[in-house]
Design a protein around this ligand. Structure first.
Ligand SMILES: [Fe+2]
Length: 246
């Protein structure tokens, strides 16, 4: 029987056992994510508390801002894992990929470097929030010619696509997979992001999800998501993330 006192089920209690968070910034002092080893551990403890056991850290790689090399990312990952081992926090697997900004530098990285994939040949890419790159479709083509599959981070957050929903179909036709930020299920990024999120989910255009956690504040908001209809829409996407188990 319906009761006004019926307990809400928060998002943070429904992660499937084999869920992999494919977008996060838990590596300390490498980008605008975690600011210290202690902060990383504290945030990872919260994630573990949600039943999440697999994390892929995806530090930004962005020209003139976060020019992180693959070696630098690996060193930070090794240091974090050594620390987790030293404090006996072993219930969580932490690996790393990267979040590549599709800028002029990316075009040269693609030609000269081995990129850090989420798994196999899947790479996480993001776009500027101001405007799409003029050569976006050429870059998406080149990514696939180089043997990679682009997973576009938070497509719902690019406001320049909001007024032309067909842009999303075009991106998918060009080979992009879509990774939704779970915070977009709330009003965290604003109501137009939430509206686009619901449309993309209803049209089954979202392939995967990620938390894109940078700080505790993000987790505070994640814990507030509990709308039943929204959770029903996101459940199959959460299950799809198991694809990234290594
Ligand atoms: Fe990110």
């Amino acid at each position: 029987m319906f009761s006004f006192f019926q307990k809400k089920t928060p998002l943070t209690t429904i992660f499937p056992e084999d869920f992999v968070d494919i977008h996060s910034h838990f590596l300390p002092n490498i980008d605008d994510g975690s600011k210290s080893m202690d902060e990383s551990v504290a945030m990872l403890r919260r994630m573990h508390g949600y039943g999440i056991k697999n994390i892929i850290c995806t530090p930004h790689v962005m020209e003139s801002v976060w020019e992180n090399s693959s070696e630098a990312i690996q060193q930070k990952l090794d240091a974090l894992n050594a620390h987790l081992k030293s404090i006996d926090f072993t219930g969580i697997s932490v690996t790393s990929a990267a979040e590549y900004m599709l800028d002029a530098n990316f075009d040269s990285l693609l030609k000269t470097e081995k990129l850090r994939p989420l798994k196999d040949n899947y790479i996480l890419v993001e776009l500027s929030f101001i405007s799409a790159p003029v050569n976006l479709y050429e870059t998406l083509f080149n990514i696939q010619i180089a043997g990679y599959k682009p997973v576009l981070a938070h497509p719902e957050r690019y406001s320049y696509f909001h007024n032309d929903f067909s842009a999303y179909s075009k991106l998918k036709a060009a080979g992009c997979l879509f990774q939704l930020n779970l915070l977009s299920l709330s009003n965290y990024y604003g109501s137009s992001v939430t509206a686009v999120t619901l449309s993309l989910l209803k049209q089954q255009m979202i392939d995967f999800a990620g938390t894109d956690t940078h700080k505790h504040h993000h987790l505070d908001f994640l814990e507030k998501i509990a709308d039943r209809k929204v959770l029903k829409l996101i459940e199959p996407v959460l299950r799809a993330n198991a694809f990234f188990r290594k």
